[in-house]
Design a protein around this ligand. Structure first.
Ligand code: SAH
Length: 213
């Protein structure tokens, strides 16, 4: 048992950041040190974002935890991620949806696609499909999804991806400027309706590509 990780988990529990047991279990199962540069492995369970090269970062554990919980995942779900980066968030999603579920994750920087492939293989995660594409338009080929998660900042709520989401599905994205965003959760309801919630302030690296900055 990693003391720093257990410290983080009990902090999330106390502060009500994460109550979902499946999310906490996934954090124990997927070792973050496999997804950070080896010279930073000691900092794997510090609650900070870390550089992964090419100007990109692996998000802070508390942010990843809050987002994963906000998705209300269930076994067997199909999830689309925009912004694979290190592959860590995708690995947690994969762990929670289980072997009957599928994670499709898009990454625009080819070197990070290779890095994520290597990291996921080392972590023995098999139900993640990494796609080297501009994910700002989603990935219509494998739609519809139960959940869509952006892990890069978007300039506006990406409602253009709602057609790729099932009724009852959740879209989660940090929306704002390149300097700061609000985490917006959109629930797609039956009959073309939707519900939007603001889950608080965050700072992400900017989304690139067609729908980016
Ligand atoms: N979820 C990642 C962290 C994401 S950092 C992890 O767990 O490590 C944001 C990532 O989004 C970066 O790797 C960046 O290259 C990628 N990105 C930016 N714009 C993109 C786009 N239009 N399509 C796909 N990926 C994009």
């Amino acid at each position: 048992m990693d003391k720093k990780l257990e410290g983080l988990i009990s902090y999330w529990h106390r502060r009500g950041i994460v109550r979902d047991k499946k999310v906490l279990e996934a954090f124990r199962e997927v070792r973050r040190e496999l997804f950070v540069p080896s010279n930073l492995a000691e900092d794997a369970y510090s609650d900070v974002a870390l550089p992964i090269g090419y100007g990109q970062t692996i998000s802070q554990p508390s942010t990843v935890a809050a987002m994963t919980q906000a998705l209300a995942l269930k076994a067997g779900m199909r999830v689309l991620e925009i912004g694979t980066g290190s592959g860590y968030q995708a690995a947690l999603l994969a762990c929670i949806v289980g072997s009957r579920g599928r994670i499709f994750t898009t990454e625009i920087i080819p070197e990070l696609v290779s890095l994520a492939r290597k990291n996921l293989a080392r972590a023995k995660i098999r139900n993640v499909h990494i796609l080297q594409v501009d994910g700002s338009e989603g990935y219509a080929k494998e739609a519809p999804y139960d959940r869509i998660i952006f892990t890069a900042a978007t300039p506006k709520v990406p409602l253009h991806l709602l057609p790729q989401l099932k009724d009852g599905g959740i879209l989660l994205a940090p929306v704002g400027s390149i300097f700061g965003q609000h985490m917006i959760r959109v629930r797609k309801l039956a009959g073309g309706k939707r519900e939007e919630e603001n889950l608080g302030e965050y700072i992400f690296v900017p989304l690139r590509g067609k729908g980016g900055f």
